[in-house]
Design a protein around this ligand. Sequence first.
Ligand code: NDP
Length: 526
Amino acid sequence: MATMFSTPTTATTAEIVSYDPATGQEIGRAPSVTAEEVRRAVARARAAQGEWAARSFAERGRVVLRAREIVLAGMDQIASLISRESGKPVAEALAMELVPTLDLMRYFAHRAGRLLKPEKLDLGQYNLMGRSSEIVYRPLGVVGIIAPWNFPWAIPLGEVVMALMAGNGVVLKPSELTPLTGLKIGEVFARAGLPEGLLAVVTGEGPTGAALVEAGVDKIMFTGSVATGRRVAEAAARHLVPCVLELGGKDPMLVLADADLEAAASAAVWGAFANSGQSCASVERCYVHESIAAKFTARVVEITRRLKQDVGTREGTDVGAMSSERQLCIVEEHVRDAIGRGAQVLIGGGRGAAGQLFHQPTVLAGVDHSMAVMREETFGPVLPLMTFETEDEAIRLANDSPYGLTASVWTRDIARGRRLARHIEAGTVMVNEVLYTHGIAQTPWGGVKDSGIGRTHGRLGLLELVSPRHIHTNRLARFHDLWWFNYTPQAAELFRGLARRFTSGSLLQTSRLLPQMLRRFRERRG
Ligand code: NDP
């Protein structure tokens, strides 16, 4: 693994350069790993995986916990690296990347064994026939993880830990914008004593990711945009490689008339502007009941005005730089389009003064669903506010999107909030919360509609990283099955009876077939 996270080997000619988006300064370089090297990394991970899979959950957990200690000890340096590579404030790197992953490492190190323990199935009347079934969960082999730049530590690290705890080898491809954070993950596990080759970090651009999909892995865990997700799914389908796709979002926040206005306004500001709005679960659309809209809007603007935008490594920064010029241009385009169609800028609206890649936290009013800012993923610090009159209208607006990652409902009436939550098309709906459940290791994460396929985190996420195998046992094998050869007229009559009575699920009904069954046994013996 060493060659994958240090200076390029002779086989690797090209490099990618990592820049600090807040200052434009180079932070470091990483190899641009070729397709051939990716294939070799997969082969090495496969060679190391058998021995790793043979270890107990407790043994695997000890390595993860050692890695956790290394992360804890180097927490400030890691947070600073994340901040410099992605532009986010150090405080945010700590709160949104370090805290959740330290918790996740502890959780899966201790719980993976219990979450993947063999399961006995209830077979109904088959149990009475001496049959039993259990599901055992086997590792997949080698899992390919392709990660984005917006949470360059938390997203890949969580999946690496889960895949390793499930007994797999892993090849991780971080985003070209944040390769050094990706390499740091590899370094932490190497220092923790993970078997050589079991985890490889292959840095590079899009083609390195594409090569990973083609390199013979057993599953792809992809997080990124819808467009790239489709390409990954197509390539994976050609090899019959299953994939989990964690894609974009256009997450709505519904603020009902009875909401705690102060809490909802602060949540909207944090949900929209944390990470400069570059979270798949950012609040991208906010719908407010018309009766409270004026007050709510005034509070949102006031709270936004107090935010300090600066370089992420400076203490006290609330909103940092955006991660790339490309993303900043999309944000500008959405704001321009909204203004052109009649939206009003209540605060912000343009580039921030702290440096080149800053966009001011921006609040828009007078928006509607004809505007890109309400339909396409903005992925920047923009909070468009729109009003609604009825619950039905709020739900219709929330669901009027090709995306369905997360959503939130704000109300003092929890039962009402939960009722509404069931009508919203999203993988996660929060009542009186925004954005943060990716940080809870126990809960599943994933979207519906264009927001993706499959889950990560929680037991559902762990199950994506194993192959369920069914083991079926017959303890009464000496009584040959009634449905085996030969198919005499008497047998056919019994099968008609089974169709009518046994399949009803009623023991009483099935017991009426006993005389026919006995005749069939006698027939078989004769
Ligand atoms: P991209 O889709 O551009 O890239 C994601 C990853 O895929 C990167 O590592 C990228 O490499 C790699 N990649 C690029 N082309 C290919 C290819 N042909 N085959 C395989 N891999 C490839 O997404 P971003 O990095 O721009 O991330 C932002 C997007 O991610 C947003 O849409 C956001 O909503 C979504 N996202 C979703 C989350 C979720 O949990 N649902 C969480 C976080 C983000 P490279 O960077 O080198 O081009």
